[in-house]
Every structure is written in C-alpha cells, then in structure tokens.
Design a protein around this ligand. Sequence first.
Ligand SMILES: Nc1ncnc2c1ncn2[C@@H]1O[C@H](COP(=O)(O)OP(=O)(O)OP(=O)(O)O)[C@@H](O)[C@H]1O
Ligand SMILES: [Mg+2]
Length: 252
Amino acid sequence: MALLEVRGVSKWYRSGKLSFPALRAVDLAVEQGEFIALAGPSGSGKTTLLNLIGCLDVPTEGEIVFDQVAVASLKPQQLVELRREKIGFIFQSFNLIPVLTAFENVEFPLLLRGLPARRRRELVAQALCEVGLWELAGRRAAELSGGEQQRVAIARALVGRPKLVLADEPTASLDSRTGESILELMWDLNRQHGLSFIFSTHDPRIMRYATRLIRLQDGRVVEDERRGAGGKAPRRLLGERALEEKTGHFLV
Ligand SMILES: Nc1ncnc2c1ncn2[C@@H]1O[C@H](COP(=O)(O)OP(=O)(O)OP(=O)(O)O)[C@@H](O)[C@H]1O
Ligand SMILES: [Mg+2]
C-alpha cells in the first residue's frame, strides 16, 4: 500500500484575471522508505508540489491520499493533526526560532502535541544525538552555523517520528560540502529508520543520493526513474546505549 498517492493533481494560481497552471495532472505513488529527489528548473512546480503533499495548500483538481486517507475529506483540526504527527518539514532557510535554543526548537512540535516534559526530553535528546548536535543543545539557534541550524531543523522534523519528511531545497543555503553532509545525514536516517524523504534540489551532486528521481517541467512530471542509490553506504547512527551514555537518559 502506498504511503502517499497524488492523483491527477493540478494547481492553478490566479493573478488578477489570469490563471496560471503551476502543476498539471500530476500522478505519483510513494512507498514507505523511499528517498526521492524532486528536480526541475526554477518555476517547474517543485515547491508547489511539496506544499500540496504537506497539506499546506490544496489542489485545484485531483486528490491527495496520505496513509490511506483522502486529505480533502479531513476537517481542519484533523488536517493539523495529520501534519503534526505524520509529516516533518525542512526548509531552505531552516525556519528556526532564533532566540530559542537548539533544544527548545526541537521540543517545539512536541509542546504543540502536549507531550509530558519527561517524554519530550527523551525524544529531543534522541533527535539531537541522531543529528550529532547534543553538545550544542543549549546554544541559541541564532548562534549556530548554517549547517548546524539545518541539523537542528532535521532533528525538529524527525522528533515527532513522522512517516514522511518533506525538504524544499534543504541544501541551497549551504556551501557544497556542508550541503552534502546534510544529505548524508538524511540518507542515514532513511536507511536506519525507513523514514521516507522527498527533497527538492537543483544540485546534481545531491540528486545522486536519491533512490528515485522525479523531474518536473512546466508543472508536469517528465521523468520518474527508480534506481540504486548513488550515495555512500550509511554510517551507523548512535545506538541506544551510546545515546544513554551521552544524555544520561534511558530512551524508549
Ligand atoms: N502563490 C503563488 N501565486 C502565484 N503564482 C505562484 C505562486 N507560487 C508559485 N507560483 C508560480 O507557480 C510556478 C511554480 O512555482 P514553484 O515555486 O512551485 O516552482 P519551483 O520549481 O519550486 O521553483 P524554484 O526552483 O525557483 O524554487 C511558478 O511559475 C511560480 O511563479
Ligand atoms: Mg521552489
């Protein structure tokens, strides 16, 4: 069963009296555990498609089915819960709250879910360890480098244990080496946890990590290729024992 189905989705934007199709009849099925790069020239519809999949916007035509549920059938509160519990977001500009610490930024979505403090601490510690930033947990986001901020954003995206992470040009604000290390981190998380990713990019070097490449042009899918991943073999992420030693917490 597909994790996500995009069925005949079109999106028209209106500007004054003119309407313009940003996406035209897109069909996609995404399975759990895929690592998908979304490529295509500027204006081809990558951000539009990610926003529709992430339920941040609604299609003009067609439907999106997430985890067997037609998104359009959900009430607003159910849609908020779907986004909060099943989807993680990573943005080009990190979108952290600068005055909050790394820890507090990662904790934020768990506060919205109303999880108790002890459980929040366990989950945040685990997520920050997984992205290699536990040592900087107390540092304000504004005082972190771009690469570190993007790692915090990844920890924030995965702390709630989503099924799918959407990343809109996650490396575009980073130098190429840092960008590649961010992709390697996403790749490791994908391999270790089966966490599905869809990331948009203009960078051919990071496209080669993908196990599937979807190319858009003028709002249409013009290429959809499954392939063996070209990325490096994943590194082992910290095991639970190591996490416990690092954070002093038993993680369940
Ligand atoms: N809110 C909006 N209102 C009107 N037109 C929009 C809006 N958002 C996007 N568009 C238009 O829709 C088309 C697709 O835009 P989109 O942002 O999805 O492209 P993209 O592939 O993400 O481009 P880039 O690589 O530059 O980020 C573009 O022509 C854009 O100008
Ligand atoms: Mg875009």
